[in-house]
Design a protein around this ligand. Sequence first.
Ligand SMILES: [Zn+2]
Ligand SMILES: [Zn+2]
Length: 183
Amino acid sequence: MTRKSLTTAHGGGCACGHVRYLMHDAPMFVHCCHCTRCQRETGGPFAHHAMIEFTAFSVLEGEPEFVLVPTDSGGKHWVARCPHCRTALWNEHGSRRAITRYVRVGTLDAPSQFPPLAHIYVRSKQPWLTLEDGAPQFAGYYDAAKAWPQESLARYASAKTARVHERAKSGAARRKESTKSTG
Ligand SMILES: [Zn+2]
Ligand SMILES: [Zn+2]
């Protein structure tokens, strides 16, 4: 596959065009989250997220800025936004070293190719919204080990391994650096 066809298939960006990104593969999973937090953050009835591992995601143009948003559980949650038009492009949960990018499907060039494979937190779904797409619905969160396809679980596992290796490598580099500066 050429880069051009990938861009067409899985590329996306902000409203002003400054930030462009690319998913190198189809997402591992796609869900709509109907939690009240996602409703507030998006200003809409739900968040529509395509989950892609960091090893299969690149920023092609522009440098997004990361805004820290509080979560209900007291954790961290980063939102990548265009520094100019402020479009929210994706979320990174827990830390900036998170394994998964939660890409906002509406920012893809062809968002209709990724319908949700599950609806989560439907207990706080807007009452006027009727879900008839046949995707499984979960009252709260879901168990990815059961809901995700095996292939996606394997992709997640290898991205996790890549992250662990990367951490070990940067830890070793830091140790070397501090040895240098103190010795
Ligand atoms: Zn922009
Ligand atoms: Zn949510």
